[in-house]
Write a protein that binds this ligand. Structure first.
Ligand code: GLN
Length: 465
């Protein structure tokens, strides 16, 4: 009930697309009965959670923040949602996002932008108070609703999705913990795809310990997703005796990227120094293909988007235009009416990259570059580095007006410079908040681990936290 009240009080954040009030109360009551009887279903029994609106939820609308799916109600739960429900966790609602998870601000959804709760907290608040409608900062994205829901205490755990940074970016900008597990460790069944070869469900919580518990619950093989792998360990809690003196922390020199703010850089150095003083080995390392990662990501992303979005033709799912002069006219106007500019742009460029005469030059080349990026990471981890420490974002959260300026689109793509390479290599990464900026906004750092090294990486993250 407290969470539901807070959802009402924080409606201005626009973090939710659907609030499942009736269902939440029913689930909470059942959970209370179990807890009072001392027979909880699991460690998450009674914990309020939220789900990004691109995970299918049985009998609950799943819109991907798109007009195309605004009335779509799936007949089944995504595996990760089902696992949480099986544990007795209480669903509070579906969270807002960029349309089809394309974006990094949560400003491009059909239901309006998500406001970062920090716009109304701490020292930023005075400015936002003076001009509550114009002076607020973006939540990051595309899982901005999930991060805002956890940061504003309307739920304690949220599922996001992470294809190029969509869980970690809003996590860092909203000051919460955001985990992108190793590709394949969590099932994608029921997650409406963006880039199948990079998508992973992400976990947003208020602490690293919470993220570890949720990972323990969600990980493992799923017969409905052939890319899943067995969980390397069954434990949920992180070891209490983790010794940071036994680890080697790599600092990738290429991550001193153009546009990195002074304050974020200062945080990065401060935490690297903390490691060193605590007795960890801190080494500069090189990931030479980083510079190609944004372009490479966007070619691969558009290619998979063009193919994934083909299913939305007005026949099987979602919106159907009344245009009926021909089947082609119906397809065309359905897709014109249903998708925003960003989605249509990616479909167009993806189909261009996929043309027979372009395929080798773009798609195939991008796949080769992707392999080089993955090999860079592999080399570093094979040389004895346990985790990489990097910034999570270039800067703190930007004011909405700046973020959405037309001439800013390319800069927005650059925002993912620290997160996208990780998806292309399929590695685990987590962002943790480490400080507030001068303006009172959260700054987060990222830790990256080797494939299936999720738990060790989380142990290091807990030390940073
Ligand atoms: N910002 C990136 C994009 O627009 C990443 C999105 C994501 O991770 N879902 O594609």
């Amino acid at each position: 009930r407290r969470c539901l009240n807070r959802i009402k009080k924080t409606q201005h954040l626009n973090a939710y697309i659907t609030v499942t009030e009736e269902l939440s109360l029913k689930q909470a009551q059942e959970s209370e009965t179990r807890l009072l009887r001392g027979i909880p279903k699991g460690p998450l029994d009674g914990v309020p959670f939220t789900v990004k609106d691109n995970f299918c939820t049985e009998n609950i609308k799943t819109t991907c923040a798109s007009k195309m799916l605004k009335d779509y109600t799936p007949p089944f739960n995504a595996t990760v949602v089902q696992k949480l429900l099986d544990q007795g966790a209480v669903l509070m609602g579906k969270t807002n996002m960029d349309e089809f998870a394309m974006g990094s601000g949560s400003t491009d959804g059909a239901f309006g932008p998500v406001r970062n709760p920090w716009s109304y907290a701490g020292s930023y608040r005075t400015r936002a108070r003076a001009e509550p409608d114009s002076d607020w900062v973006v939540s990051g994205g595309s899982s901005g609703g999930s991060a805002a829901a956890v940061a504003s205490l309307t739920s304690f755990l949220s599922l996001g999705s992470d294809t190029g940074g969509s869980t970690r970016n809003p996590g860092a900008l909203c000051g919460v913990v955001a985990l992108k597990p190793t590709y394949g460790l969590l099932s994608r069944h029921g997650l409406i795809p963006l880039v199948n070869s990079m998508d992973v469900p992400g976990i947003i919580t208020r602490s690293v310990d919470d993220a570890a518990v949720v990972l323990g619950v969600l990980q493992g093989l799923d017969m409905r997703d052939s890319t899943t792998v067995p969980a390397p360990s069954s434990g949920m809690e992180l070891p209490q005796d983790f010794d940071v003196r036994n680890i080697c922390v790599g600092i990738p020199k290429e991550y001193h990227a153009p546009g990195l703010s002074e304050e974020t850089l200062a945080q990065w150095s401060r935490v690297a120094d903390l490691f060193e003083r605590a007795g960890a080995r801190v080494e500069q390392v090189s990931l030479p293909h980083t510079q190609h990662s944004i372009v490479c990501y966007h070619v691969l992303c558009a290619g998979e988007v063009a193919s994934n979005m083909a299913r939305f033709d007005g026949l099987e799912y979602g919106h159907r235009s009344p245009a009926d002069s021909s089947t082609e006219a119906m397809y065309a106007s359905t897709r014109h009416e249903g998708f925003n500019d960003v989605v249509r742009g990616r479909i167009l460029s993806g189909n261009y990259f996929l043309l027979k005469q372009n395929y080798q030059h773009y798609l195939e080349k991008a796949q080769k570059v992707r392999r080089l990026i993955a090999n860079d990471f592999r080399g570093v981890f094979c040389s004895g580095v346990d985790v990489l420490l990097t910034p999570a974002t270039l800067t703190e959260a930007a004011p909405y007006a700046d973020f959405t300026r037309e001439d800013n689109r390319t800069r927005c793509a650059q925002e993912d410079v620290f997160t996208q390479p990780v998806n292309m290599a399929g590695l685990p990464a987590v962002t943790v908040p480490t400080a507030l900026s001068r303006r009172g906004l959260p700054i987060g750092l990222q830790l990256i681990g080797p494939a299936l090294g999720d738990r060790k990486m989380l142990s290091v993250a807990r030390w940073v936290e």
